[in-house]
Design a protein around this ligand. Sequence first.
Ligand SMILES: [Zn+2]
Length: 152
Amino acid sequence: MAIIIFKEKFMVYHLIGAILIITGIILSSKKKMSKDLTPEQKHILFEEGTEQPGSSSLNYEKREGDYFCVGCGTKLFESNTKYESGSGWPSFFQALPNVFETKIDTLIGSPRTEYHCKKCGGHHGHIFDDGPEPTKKRYCNNGACLIFKPKD
Ligand SMILES: [Zn+2]
């Protein structure tokens, strides 16, 4: 009996220890993530902000490569879906499957479809129906929230 109680206590202590370690890892990675973001990036991602049109160097990015979420590193777009919309924001006619969730926002009065990263919840931009074929969609994305990695 004493041995069983001892064993149970031993296991509980181990379990608590493991939970504490996992919690610590999650907290420190979250801290690291938001620490590396600029105030503008934090504002766009977590307060649904919008960068000034034409302010992102990614507007002029024409190389082959992939676009990743600055908040969590998830791959969001491929360069072959990027196009010049003339809006002043990097624009794509298609996102990778299952990377975004959408909701309707009425921040400017009329309803718009806002999209955010499924993994970190960061707001990236809005989807409009004036894009080119084949989707006719325009993902109007804040360049400050994207990391471009050219194909090597
Ligand atoms: Zn993300």
